[in-house]
Design a protein around this ligand. Structure first.
Ligand SMILES: C[S@@+](CC[C@H](N)C(=O)[O-])C[C@H]1O[C@@H](n2cnc3c(N)ncnc32)[C@H](O)[C@@H]1O
Length: 284
């Protein structure tokens, strides 16, 4: 399945664009950027096209269908500085020359063996893949961090590995069907009881966070922790609210996902930077 969520993927692209256009990171980015989990490639395609950056980005996508979609999408653009290989980021990183990583890693929390979209599963706390990326010892990481996936644990983990949070942006996301999978939903409730998930009945927050290994940097992690905590104190994910006319609240207008079977069309859409946003609406 090729993940593409209009709200979340667009936000990730904005965060990438901001990173690419932040002058202070220029030196670090000059050696190129790795990406974990390119999905359709649309977010980074759009960020590169909008910013005009010539920074080289090397993406890894372990889902073969998504990797093929991404390569087709990039091929439909004039970009020559973005490639996506099918494969596991963690296998590639030890021999990579790049010192920076970007990504919207999987963050749905669920116990192993419970129902959860496998490409979106982030481990029992939802934070494990993100922490594995931070454990790679790169100089800079710009990652999406979710308020339902032990955000305070992630910020502590990063600090313990010498990272400072130098920049962040936050946006709300409505719960969709994948967060309402029985195993994910139950796990989010468990984590809430342990101060490891913060959300309102119908929504949570995601942050695009820049982590930099620079002892002299002013660390924003305490402020960001307070912001993510403020996502809400609900103890369980609410049922979607039926609207008059039978539509459902909880999958925001425009939330969409490119699903298997729609992938040929997805490549075309991705190549045009998903301007039309016409993928099948199914919610996160
Ligand atoms: C939440 S999706 C994000 C996709 C895209 N970046 C976006 O924001 O629209 C996470 C993606 O990471 C991929 N992925 C997860 N673990 C990976 C790994 N170790 N190496 C490469 N890709 C991975 C999944 O297959 C999935 O496509």
């Amino acid at each position: 399945m090729s993940f593409y969520d209009k709200v979340e993927s667009t936000f990730y692209g904005w965060c990438v664009e901001r990173l690419l256009t932040t002058a202070e990171h220029g030196g670090c980015l000059a050696g190129g950027i790795l990406e974990i989990g390119s999905g359709t490639a649309v977010p980074v395609v759009r960020a590169l096209l909008r910013s005009g950056s010539d920074t080289r980005v090397h993406g890894f996508e372990r889902d073969p269908g998504a990797a093929a979609t991404a390569r087709r999408a990039i091929g439909l653009t004039p970009l020559r500085n973005y490639v996506v290989d099918e494969g596991d980021f963690f296998t590639a990183v030890p021999t990579a020359a790049q010192r920076c990583v970007i990504g919207n890693p999987p963050y749905l929390p669920a116990e192993p063996g419970t129902s959860c979209a496998p490409d979106l599963w982030g481990g029992p706390r939802g934070a494990e893949v993100t922490q594995d990326v931070l454990d790679c010892g790169l100089d800079l990481a710009m990652l999406i961090v979710s308020s339902i996936a032990d955000p305070l644990g992630v910020l502590r983990f990063a600090r313990d590995r010498g990272y400072s949070v130098t920049d962040w942006m936050v946006t709300p996301i409505r719960f969709g069907r994948f967060c309402r999978d029985a195993g994910v939903r139950a796990r989010i409730g468990d984590l809430a009881g342990r101060e490891q998930a913060f959300f309102a009945p119908h929504s949570y927050l995601i942050a695009g966070v820049t982590f930099v290994r620079d002892a002299g940097a002013r660390d924003q992690s305490a402020v960001l922790g307070d912001v993510l905590r403020a996502a809400g104190r609900a103890s369980e994910v609410a049922d979607p609210q039926p609207r008059a006319g039978g539509a459902v609240v909880g999958a925001p207008a425009g939330t969409e996902r490119v699903v298997a079977g729609a992938q040929a069309g997805a490549a075309k859409r991705a190549g045009t930077a998903a301007r039309a946003g016409t993928a099948q609406p199914v919610g996160r």
